[in-house]
Ligand binder design. Structure first.
Ligand code: ZN
Length: 160
């Protein structure tokens, strides 16, 4: 599953603090998830930036990917934060309930050796971008607000 480039751009733009320049050159972490997880990831990163600001913490995200059907965020940091770890664990937990193709309720399914989290409409591999996600993207105004009700309150309010 590849996230839609417009959604990837929005993440790269809005969360620059997590991928600082390396030797003066723009650095972008790998982003290997489906568009359906965009709302979950967006609000997870937004909460993460609040936690980092509050704790004066700097992290560098190396990759964001789907691993065994769940959302995995790998990062480097000089000091540990239980709150941040808790947030990313919660995001992984939540991802097992969301179809990575369309963002609707999903569950973990297995196809051969591969696991993925999908709704009943998207059991197969061959999924194009979700209509729903793209519609939201096209309504520029209030884009993020519209996504908010798609993310569990646990993510929005995550505190340890
Ligand atoms: Zn789906």
């Amino acid at each position: 599953m590849k996230i839609h480039p417009k959604l990837a751009d929005k993440l790269y733009r809005d969360f620059k603090q997590f991928w600082p320049e390396v030797d003066g050159r723009e650095y972008r972490p790998g982003l290997d998830i489906g568009s359906g997880w965009f709302p979950l990831l967006y609000f997870t990163l937004r909460r993460a930036s609040e936690i980092c600001d509050g704790q004066n913490l700097t992290i560098k995200i190396n990759y964001i990917k789907e691993k065994y059907g769940g959302l995995a965020i790998e990062f480097d940091t000089l000091s540990d934060s239980d709150e941040l770890m808790g947030l990313f664990e919660l995001a992984e937990e939540e991802s097992y309930k969301i179809c990575d193709a369309c963002g609707r309720a999903g569950k973990l399914v297995q196809r051969g050796r591969w696991c993925m989290t999908r709704c009943s409409d998207h059991h197969s591999d061959n999924v194009i971008f979700s209509r729903e996600v793209m519609d939201l993207l096209n309504q520029h105004q209030g884009f993020v607000c519209n996504l908010k009700d798609k993310v569990s309150l646990k993510i929005l309010k995550c505190t340890k």
